[in-house]
Design a protein around this ligand. Structure first.
Ligand code: ZN
Length: 654
């Protein structure tokens, strides 16, 4: 995407670029698409050379209208699909793009890395991603779970105990601040993507599923080593983090197509020729597998894709039945079943499916219609104790009364993946609500979910340590969310805080809101103590002298310092359930909560909206029975370096 030089003095095409972007890195043999595109007046033509050798495109397209499904209006584009290069080192792409008025030359460089080496290869990769989890989330979870005395923590989290810890940059291809799609894709492809996009390079292409692809770790290792893939998340599985391990799309919100691609490119027949080898998919998102006519379905033509272009199918060895097609009425649940997946929709069903000596070959678990509920709300139902101020259990209102915890899903995934494939697996486990509840500025739910995530970390480490010594486990985040910080502790009781006079009308800076005076800073914060129940979670997050949190990337809110009885209406839910929740009084945005009791805090980053991501580095912790594998992750590293180091672990080049 650099060095655009115009030949000739006349008008010439504009916005001419070549992809991948300059500086991209790939593994030896890793597939990716090249594309030359530009805007102008057709007819268009293009040339392509790699290291000076002229190379043919696998497709060319020019467009004159918005109905052209290959390039956006006014753009022409030429693709070389499924390219790979075995020769380590820096390579140069030179290309030209012509329209009827002139020609523009462009060039870019990419690097090929070898991850192979003679050390013992790791067979399995487990990536535990606490979405939005910054350093303060980890500290907060530790303080709540273990407490501190006389300056020392009374215990450490599972992730704290990993032998190697470092820091990771989080930027995406087009911003210092990433969203979850390129955040995860940096780890799973080694390439930067643009915000909102996963497994692709940005291009002026109308259909987001036709964007130039880059091969995922899961695909590379399935194709070259026959490994399987497992994805576990507390989010709706259409969400960016799980999808950025298996689905190629320029629009992270296209759930119908995303779920179709999970199955259609899973290589269900086990050919090893293409696809991800997906065998485990556990989380939320039932709305995408139900035909559009059923209650709770969100399937729609607008979020699906038509048949993939022929050259994409060819370049990536995709069979005809992976081609897709706009089909909101599809019975995708039935199709998962036909492909050999056992289906469970509750914790009880999950337990039953895994109770036998032989676990299912493949496992699909969809425990909620959209996002699963958070630990705080799942635990309230399990303990049969309503949260203070609540009159119902949120999981009932969400139509998902019996949901597993993240560690229970992780244990199930490991059982299935380790039982059925001696070639090993890639497993990604996401604690999604650390991010979502930080966006919502709901600290109690964010911190309780960090504890839930840490229990899943413990399950993964236990597997790697005791059942199998050929596994690399990493714990990290895709980015930090909300500028989360621990500012002190409540200097009074919860009852006293609740009884403070309404602060909502206080707007004069000369008048200090009563709730601002309730923040104990420095010495006044002391050492808050949370009572931990046998289930491993605090009995209550809403204790006297509780930890208090601030948000550096906040939206407007009214702060009471009290636990919120109900979560926000989740954005990733079918319309029917969102409507029910709104009618039942669930707040839509943080700003809608607690007026006028709380004191008004003007958002630093946005207005009456949710807190946003920040550009902060995030911590990474690594475990392997072989110390040298984990030690790779010590220090400050680029997010795309994590991919390279994981692949070195698998290919023996660490
Ligand atoms: Zn987020």
């Amino acid at each position: 995407m650099i060095l655009a030089l115009t030949n000739g003095a006349q008008a010439a095409p504009t916005s001419v670029s070549v992809l991948p972007a300059n500086g991209a890195r790939f593994l030896s043999g890793q597939r990716f698409d090249l594309r030359v595109e530009g805007k102008g007046t057709g007819p268009f033509a293009a040339t392509l050379a790699i290291d000076g050798l002229e190379t043919a495109f696998s497709s060319g397209a020019q467009n004159t209208s918005t109905t052209d499904d290959i390039s956006s209006a006014g753009f022409g584009g030429f693709n070389l699909r499924g390219y790979s290069n075995l020769r380590p080192g820096v390579h140069t792409i030179t290309a030209s793009f012509s329209d009827s008025t002139g020609t523009v030359d462009v060039s870019s460089k990419f690097e090929i890395l070898s991850a192979k080496g003679s050390r013992d290869p790791m067979r399995n990769v487990i990536i535990l991603l606490g979405d939005g989890m910054g350093t303060a989330h980890r500290t907060a979870a530790r303080l709540v779970r273990y407490g501190a005395t006389l300056g020392d923590p009374n215990g450490f989290l599972e992730m704290d105990g990993f032998p190697a810890t470092g820091m990771v940059t989080t930027h995406s291809l087009n911003s210092i601040i990433t969203d979850s799609a390129p955040g995860m894709a940096g780890y799973s492809t080694g390439s930067h993507a643009q915000n909102g996009q996963e497994g692709v390079y940005p291009a002026n292409v109308i259909n987001p599923f036709f964007y130039p692809r880059v091969e995922y770790m899961s695909e590379y290792l399935h194709r070259t080593q026959g490994k399987s893939l497992g994805l576990v998340s507390t989010a709706d599985l259409e969400d960016a983090t799980p999808a950025a391990n298996a689905v190629h799309t320029g629009n992270r919100n296209n759930g119908t197509g995303i779920f179709d691609q999970y199955l259609d490119e899973s290589d269900a027949e086990g050919s090893g020729e293409y696809g991800t080898g997906l065998k485990v998919l556990l989380g939320g998102g039932r709305r995408w597998v139900l035909p559009s006519t059923e209650f709770g379905s969100s399937r729609a033509a607008a979020s699906d894709y038509a048949a993939l272009p022929a050259d994409l199918l060819d370049g990536w060895n995709l069979p005809g039945d992976a081609a897709g097609g706009s089909d909101p009425e599809r019975d995708l649940l039935g199709d998962f079943g036909d492909a050999g997946f056992s289906y469970v929709d509750s914790k009880s069903a999950l337990d039953a499916a895994l109770s036998g000596r032989r676990p299912p070959d493949k496992l699909l678990g969809l425990f909620a219609y959209g996002n699963m509920n958070v630990a705080l709300d799942k635990l309230a139902k399990r303990r049969n104790v309503l949260l203070s101020g609540a009159t119902t259990f949120a999981v009932d209102d969400y139509h998902a009364p019996d949901q597993p915890m993240l560690d229970e899903m992780t244990r199930a995934a490991l059982k299935v993946l380790s039982h059925h494939n001696d070639n090993g697996f890639v497993l990604m486990v996401e604690g999604a609500h650390i991010d979502k509840q930080s966006h919502a500025m709901d600290a109690e739910r964010a911190v309780d979910d960090t504890i839930e995530f840490d229990k899943a970390v413990g399950v993964a480490r236990d597997f790697a340590e005791h059942s199998d010594r050929e596994t690399i486990v990493i714990v990290l985040a895709d980015h930090e969310c909300s500028g989360f910080s621990i500012i002190g502790a409540l200097n009074t009781s919860v009852a006293a805080a609740a009884a403070l006079p309404p602060d909502g009308a206080v707007t004069d800076p000369a008048t200090q809101p009563a709730r601002q005076k309730a923040v104990g800073t420095y010495d006044a914060a002391g050492f808050p103590h949370y009572n931990i129940l046998p289930d491993g979670y605090p009995e209550s997050m809403n204790i006297d002298g509780k930890l208090l949190f601030g948000y550096g990337a906040s939206g407007d809110r009214y702060e009471t310092w009290l636990q919120r009885p109900r979560p926000l209406v989740d954005s990733l839910l079918p319309t029917a359930i969102r409507t029910e929740l709104s009618a039942a009084g669930f707040p839509g945005q943080p700003f809608h909560r607690s007026q006028p009791d709380g004191f008004f805090l003007r958002g630093q980053a946005v207005g009456q909206d949710q807190a946003v991501h920040t550009a902060s580095d995030i911590p990474i912790s690594a475990y392997s029975a072989r110390a040298a594998v984990a030690r790779q992750f010590v220090g400050v590293q680029r997010n795309t370096d994590v991919f390279v180091k994981l692949m070195r672990a698998v290919l023996g080049g660490y």
